[in-house]
Design a protein around this ligand. Sequence first.
Ligand code: URA
Length: 273
Amino acid sequence: MQERLQKILSRAGVTSRRSAETMITDGRISVNGQIVTELGTKADPDNDLIKVDGKPVVISKKRVYLLLNKPAGYVTTLADPGGRPVITELIKDIPERLFPVGRLDFNTEGLLLLTNDGDWANRLAHPSHEVEKEYLVKIRGSLGADRIAQLTNGIKLDDGWTAPAKVQIIRVLEKNVWFTITIHEGRYRQVRRMCEALELPLVKLKRVRYGNILLGELKSGEYRLLDPAEVKVLAGSGGGQGKTVTNKNAKNPEPAGRSDRKKSLQRKALHDK
Ligand code: URA
């Protein structure tokens, strides 16, 4: 994308925008070997070779890592030919172009990571990383021990057997059951298909954890930046459960203890109905 030279130079940390203008008029800047002295000149920081006093400018691209609580009814793409709402409409004040790490179905809610760091996203998505994803599920009817055993041990879907999963009952109501299921595969509509295979009518599906990162108390449609510890631990730890990171800056960080977490999910289940 073409941008004014002084903007590129200041963003690259070469100097302030004002003094970049002086550098340009002084003839100290070249673009693809041509000295530029006109102030309105534009260049493409990704494709043009910009030099100051003959030395190439290193454009440091800011990396952004963000956690969105995706509402149901949004598509996890950057644009939808069908005109449905897309997740990027929810990200208001971040100028960088972000893309989602994996996806959540149109009607699935919860924790979705977005970034402009392709290496980081690839590392997380790689099957060898086996990042755990935990979903809060609401079904109609009951969930017997036989079904729990099937979910836990593996189910034959049309693309093969699912790997072992962890299941925890969160709340049993007269007409519904809430439970969490933790998987590390990322197959298309996996949890929905597992429930369909067992004839469990799924009412609600919400991702509440990705590796060590908890959704916490972030409201639907809201987002926050990951802090550097979260970015590092996700990319480096193999993404399994390990030590759960809570964001110290968040207003209501979710407690990391197991029974506290269960209580917190029960509150969510009650709150969500
Ligand atoms: N499993 C599903 O079925 N859907 C999602 O969006 C995520 C996991």
